[in-house]
Design a protein around this ligand. Structure first.
Ligand code: NAP
Length: 333
């Protein structure tokens, strides 16, 4: 095959994006120059932050970017050989000409029994976000109760399992369907979970955590954050990872209406960007790989096949059609 297929964004969406906001394009396969590597992408990551990029961060009519794992087809750099698997940032396309000197480009380590795709899920920025949120930001202690929103997603499924590994007391999750709620409790070891569509998040969290919570990992914002502030005990901590409930809104949400309780309960709320914590990736890898190999932690992923599926996979994340991390497989390993 001598062509590369890309995806372009065609317009800035109002509200939820649709497939009409994207177009597939193609061009000639680039030639390797010294210092570059030609990569065939095997796995692509589609993530909620890309919705924010659609509001002006991505150039219209240009190839989109994202995290990817690919196989080196041809190398113009002594650090990489044909056949190596590499992590890089030129996703949303079938092939990429990657600058080998880019510090974000790295060979992918192979761990016995651990799928390659996990380098985009639990072993990648998604799992690292769970680690940074619970350990670095919230400083979770053994025995403490944790609430995690969007718990059946990539960050959430990693965070719930990590909380258990760290010896958390009660681990509670919220998600958007009965099947996801069952999955959290039956398959991933959450102590309790509820469907936020079933009623007031505040009431459901109070029922799931009658003694309150010590830590909240927020992936959703809005009414979830208000509910967590309500249930947090004195000196509780909020690690604010994301606010997917408001990514499509032009106006900020009305909740949380109880922000002054942060003073009343002497809570600590801190946001973070995982890209500022890349140096913790080896530490996170060392911690989690033995648990992945023993089966105590499972890499939760929804893998869809084919480059044609990439736009629908991205839209699916925004609509909750994923369980665990959404990944697109574009070529065979
Ligand atoms: P994800 O949780 O795998 O996918 C997003 C999930 O959000 C969907 O599956 C959906 O599940 C849920 N959702 C969508 N709209 C919602 C709404 N209005 N209310 C409640 N839930 C909603 O995605 P992820 O990659 O793991 O990211 C999770 C969050 O972390 C996002 O907010 C993301 O922006 C943030 N994040 C931040 C960082 C950082 O550096 N701070 C890094 C990675 C991710 P349901 O079926 O349960 O609704």
């Amino acid at each position: 095959m001598n062509t590369v297929r890309y995806v372009h964004q065609t317009r800035v969406p109002t509200g939820f994006p649709t497939a009409q906001d994207f177009v597939f394009a193609e061009g000639p396969l680039p030639s390797v120059r010294p210092g570059t590597i030609l990569v065939e992408n095997v796995y692509l990551s589609v993530d909620p932050y890309m919705r924010q990029l659609m509001d002006g961060g991505w150039e219209l009519g240009a190839p989109l970017e994202g995290r990817a794992i690919g196989r080196v087809l041809e190398s113009g750099d002594t650090g990489f050989q044909a056949g190596d698997f590499v992590f890089h940032r030129e996703g949303w396309r079938t092939h990429a000409l990657v600058d080998a000197a880019d510090p974000r480009v790295r060979p992918v380590a192979a761990f016995d029994g651990v799928p390659l795709s996990t380098h985009l899920s639990i072993l990648g920025g998604t799992g690292l976000s769970a680690y940074v949120g619970l350990v670095t930001i919230a400083r979770l202690q053994a025995g403490e109760s944790v609430f995690i929103s969007a718990a059946a997603g990539g960050v959430g499924t990693a965070a719930g399992q990590l909380a258990k590994v760290l010896g958390a007391g009660r681990v509670i999750g919220s998600a958007g369907s009965a099947a996801k709620v069952r999955h959290l409790v039956d398959d991933l070891g959450f102590d309790a979970a509820f469907n936020y569509r079933d009623g007031s998040v505040t009431d459901q969290l109070r029922a799931a955590a009658p003694d309150g919570i010590d830590v909240y990992l927020d992936n959703v914002g809005g009414d979830h954050l208000e509910a967590a502030i309500d249930s947090l005990v004195e000196h509780g901590r909020i690690a604010w990872c994301g606010a997917i409930a408001q990514y499509h809104d032009a106006e900020p949400p009305p909740a949380p209406r109880n922000l002054f309780d942060i003073n009343g309960k002497r809570l600590r709320m801190e946001g973070f960007a995982v890209r500022e914590h890349d140096h913790l990736l080896p530490e996170w890898t060392d911690l989690v790989v033995p648990h992945l190999q023993s089966g105590r932690v499972v890499p939760d992923e929804t893998v869809v096949d084919g480059f044609d599926a990439v736009v629908e996979a991205f839209l699916g994340v925004l609509h909750g059609r994923n369980v665990g991390k959404m990944i697109v497989r574009t070529a065979a390993e």
